[in-house]
Design a protein around this ligand. Structure first.
Ligand code: ATP
Length: 237
């Protein structure tokens, strides 16, 4: 069986030092299987975003071991973390598109670090990705001329454009109405499933739980349900 793209063991993390030190993750174990879509839920402050940023190599680990796309994060250098980040597609609540670039240029930018393509090829591939998210007619517009749902679809296209091994999404529907939010996550699910890319998505939004293969619930820095992947073809864990 292929190695899991995400394999966390005994992750413990605290912010602050000395008397201000506060544990926000306690002994977290989590495995995500190839192609699996996992939703991470739980009350505000339970540690979801902190866990996502550790997996995304956006902050340094403290205790425990985390293997993400084959890279061990415990003791990893900044250069190793940067290399890993380039292999991950990130989607955030407020889309993080650059206002002075068109939708197509925003998507193409995600491929700049992947030296394999020249600019013409990147812009062509960006156009194909925008078509895949239903925005072929909007490719030359800046984000300010797009609706919230359209912007988030550009963010989906951008996250997938670099052929990532993993997608990490933090509240991608928080700023969207029900219909736009569902459209965005269904699109994300279909594109990721078609490519076999696993997704870890943090959400408070009960309207999108149906896209999940598994729902992981956190409370006060611990996973309280869903830590084990479902056994494919066997009984669920
Ligand atoms: N940079 C930081 N410095 C200090 N404390 C932090 C920092 N970031 C988060 N925290 C605290 O850590 C705890 C966990 O935060 P985190 O953002 O991981 O939770 P969350 O489950 O994602 O919450 P939400 O659903 O509100 O986004 C919270 O109590 C938060 O106040």
């Amino acid at each position: 069986m292929a190695a899991p793209p995400v394999d966390l063991k005994s992750i413990t993390f605290a912010y602050g030092a000395g008397e201000l030190r506060r544990a926000v993750l306690r002994d977290v174990d989590l495995t995500i299987a190839p192609g699996e879509i996992v939703l991470l839920t739980g009350p505000s402050g339970s540690g979801k975003t902190t866990l996502l940023t550790l997996i995304g190599a956006l902050r340094a680990m403290q205790d425990g071991t985390a293997r993400v796309l084959g890279q061990e994060l415990s003791g990893a250098s900044e250069a190793e973390r940067v290399r890993l980040r380039r292999r991950i597609g990130f989607i955030f609540q407020n889309h993080n598109l650059l206002g002075f670039l068109t939708a197509r240029q925003n998507v193409a930018m995600a491929m700049e670090l992947d030296g394999g393509l020249n600019e013409t090829q990147r812009l062509k591939r960006a156009g194909e990705m925008l078509e895949a998210v239903g925005l072929a007619d909007h490719a030359e517009k800046p984000p300010s001329q797009l609706s919230g749902g359209q912007r988030q679809r550009v963010a989906v296209a951008r996250a997938l454009a670099g052929d990532p091994g993993l997608i990490l999404a933090d509240e991608p529907t928080a700023a969207l109405d029900k219909v736009s939010g569902q459209e965005v996550v269904h699109l994300l699910r279909d594109l990721a499933k078609g490519r076999g890319v696993p997704i870890l998505l943090v959400t408070h939004d009960p309207r999108i739980l149906d896209i999940a293969d598994r729902i992981v619930a956190m409370e006060d820095g611990r996973i309280v349900s869903g830590a084990q992947e479902a056994t494919v073809g066997g009984e669920a864990a």
